[in-house]
Each structure stands twice: as C-alpha cells, then as structure tokens.
Design a protein around this ligand. Sequence first.
Ligand code: HEC
Length: 281
Amino acid sequence: MMKITLVGLFGSLMIYLFATAPDALPDQTAATAGKCNFEVEALFDGVNAINDVARSIYTKRIVGAGGKVGLKFGEDWQEPGVEKGPLPALFLRLTAARLEAKPPRLGLYLGSDAPINKSNLFSDAQLVSFEQVKASRAPVFLTSAKGSHIGMYPDVAGVAPCVDCHNDHVDSPKTDWKLGDVMGATTWTYPAATVSADDYVAVIEAMFESVAEAYQLYLDKAAGFADPVSQAENWPGSGVRVLPDKAMFMTEVRTQAAPVLIDALLPAGSEKKDEVSPCVF
Ligand code: HEC
C-alpha cells in the first residue's frame, strides 16, 4: 500500500516537473529585449517626423514671423557681436550635433548633390541612393558597407524662400531650383536593424531633447543682444518682438509630431493598414 502511494507521488512529481513546469527563460537578452521590437525604419519615421515639424515651426513661426518684427538670421549668427539667429539648415546642424553627443548613437545629416556648403555634398555611394530618393520622392533605406543602417528622406522646396535663397546664394552651384524640387535628403543613421521599445522611446526622447537644446542656444544668444529679445509665452509677430520660451516651443513640436509618432509606435490599425503589430504576445 505504502509502495503504491510513493510510486504515485513520484509519478505526479515527474508529471509536474516535465509536463507542467513553466519554461525557463531562454536567456537574459531575450528577457530584457521585451515583447515589442521595431524595424529601424519605424524609428527613422519617428525621428524624421520630429525633425520635419521642428524645422517647419522654426522656419515659419520664428524665422518667417520673427523677420517681420526685426529679428535677423544668417550663417554668421554664432560670431561674437553678430545679432542673428541660425538659418533653418543650421538649426538642423545644431540639433544633429546635440544628438550625436547622446548615447543612442543616432546620426542626422542634411545632404545634397548641389549644396551651398560643400561639407553637405553626398559621397558617391550616397548619391546613388539620393537619385532613387529624387525619382521616387519617398524615403529610401539601405545598409552601409560598415553595417550602419541608413534612411534618406526627401527634403522638398515647399515654400518660395527655399528656392530664392539658394538660387541667390553666392556659394550655390545650382541657380535654377524650382518649387517642389527635391533639394536634398535628411539622412539618418543607426547601428542596428531592430530597436526594442525601450530604445525606441530613449531615441525619441534624445531627439526631442536635442531640438530643445538647439533652440536654447538661440535663446541664449538672443538674450545677449544689445536690445535683448524677451522670452514669453508668445510667438513673434503682430509688432511683438518676442521669442517663445523653450517650454512653449517644445510643446508645439511635441503636439504636432504626436500623430506620426503614434502611427510609428502602434502601426496596426493606423493609416498603414497592411502593417502588423511590432509586439509578440
Ligand atoms: C535664407 C536662406 C535660406 C533659406 C530660406 C533656406 N536655405 Fe537651405 N541652406 C541655406 C544655407 C546658407 C545652407 C548651408 C548651411 C550650411 O552651412 O550647412 C543651406 C543648406 C541647405 C541644404 C543642405 C545642402 C546645402 O545646400 O548645403 C538643404 C538640402 C537645404 N538647405 C534645403 C532647404 C529647403 C528645402 C529650404 C526651405 C524649406 C531651405 N533650404 C531654405 C540657406 C537657406
């Protein structure tokens, strides 16, 4: 009787151990990688949306509206004694420099095949992909010889000042830009093909932070003008010579970028109906 009970107990234990015990976690990497992993293209879509929104707000509401109340912008804005702010392309360069100083190792670069500044000229290999961007007017993704992942997004002459300023610029090798031309490509680089949800959020935050730091550099400069530009919860225009403070500028950037970020993070059910969820449950 005792024997039968013991055999029965042993049998139950074996069934428990081999049939119903929870699976061990395969390894630590899988445990920390989480359930949601994104293709690097989705990350590029997110950061590119933030850059587009920030550049357009800066161009229209700061450079455009600010110009009407006496604020000036130029290439020499950082020189001591020069009372100007950065041109939109230089604002992007400032953002890129801040971004490259942060751990996520996201690279940002605005290149062209006919640049005003020769350091913005694409390399021969990049030019091949840029021709594709120009022809399709859509982003192109590739992997560099060194294994870096690259996303190139068309930079279109959307408003007349793009065309006028470039055509008139003494250093411009091309003087017949037209509205709607693809003038260059906003080029992103990232070292991995996939991005965990944690890294995705960290990179997006690093991008917002870099835009905020770039804008703060301009605010600091403007506060030191002979007639300092006051910072307020207000945009320049209607005769008012002010600059929105960093919080107000960034609230506008975050609000306008939010819809695209949600689509990039939660693609299933978004406009891109053929996309599947990046998460495994
Ligand atoms: C007031 C003049 C001005 C305006 C307006 C302007 N740009 Fe530029 N842009 C420049 C200058 C100057 C540079 C070079 C900056 C540098 O040193 O990197 C530049 C750089 C660029 C570049 C990188 C390649 C190059 O030419 O060096 C692209 C692409 C570009 N601009 C596109 C645009 C687009 C698109 C618009 C409109 C949304 C625009 N620009 C508006 C002056 C201007």
